[in-house]
Design a protein around this ligand. Sequence first.
Ligand SMILES: [Ca+2]
Ligand SMILES: [Ca+2]
Ligand SMILES: [Ca+2]
Length: 318
Amino acid sequence: MPGPGHSRPSDLVVADGELYFVYETEDGDSRFARSDGTPAGTHVIADIDPSSTDDRIQGLTWLPELDLFAFVGRTPAAGNELWVSDGTAAGTRMVADINPGPDDSRPELWLAHDGALYFGAYDPVHGYELRRYTPGGTAAELVVDLTPGPESGGPLAMTSFAGQLILSMTDDGADIELWRSDGTAAGTELLQDINTRPQTGSLPSHFFVTGDLLLFVADGGGTGRELWKLTKAAVSDTPGDDSGDPGDDPGSGPGSDDDDGGSSGGDDSGPPPPSGGSAPAPSGGGGGGAFGGLGIAALIVIAGTRRFAGSKPRVGRR
Ligand SMILES: [Ca+2]
Ligand SMILES: [Ca+2]
Ligand SMILES: [Ca+2]
């Protein structure tokens, strides 16, 4: 923007060697744009609602696995809904008005997995539940209404691990636990009821993939929020099948491999667990078998975990 006004560029994203970003025009309107770093090479891609200056673009994300941008677009007619773009004006569009009319569906937790975009969004019939957009498709599908009806089932956190979606969800609107999904309703199953108290969830969060392990934070009940791990073998094991329990893997502690190698794009839901120089040692082999042999083990007790305890995550709107 020429002159003293602010263009407030935000949501800077690099895709295929070009910078994509969002900025504000003088009248407060929002624009999706790209730049090669020169004034001559800076172009507007889209104004998502040319009839309004009240439209907004937020949370611009590049999903290289899908060759696709995703963002939350707000227009006066549709509210906050999921939009996608291939970086062209013609290819920039709302996926679906999931919560019909001006009310918001508030899409969150976008994750590229198995050729599709998975996310949580709200509608008044199903609540905040897991949904999917398949590139090239014209709509968003409800994957599962895990807490049936208008109450919300999640996800609260989500990542891709061992070929499955790993999710923090609930089937009763309250008991938020660790689930897996193959992208079908029938293939969405509880991995483990980590906090076994009735109506009390362990609230798994902060999923972080490193090598063959998924680390996360959960409340086991009585121990507060601590660091837990899930092995790939545990994900492919059938829940409730006691005969096929894989061995736990207490040898692979954290801190030995802090890089982000196995991570798959879902890490924007929160910071990874503490790591690096202050990484604590595993608390001596204790973990293992106390939790049903699924390979999920209470890993370690870390100082400072309490900061997670006060923040009650929400699952959509109630
Ligand atoms: Ca506009
Ligand atoms: Ca809407
Ligand atoms: Ca529901």
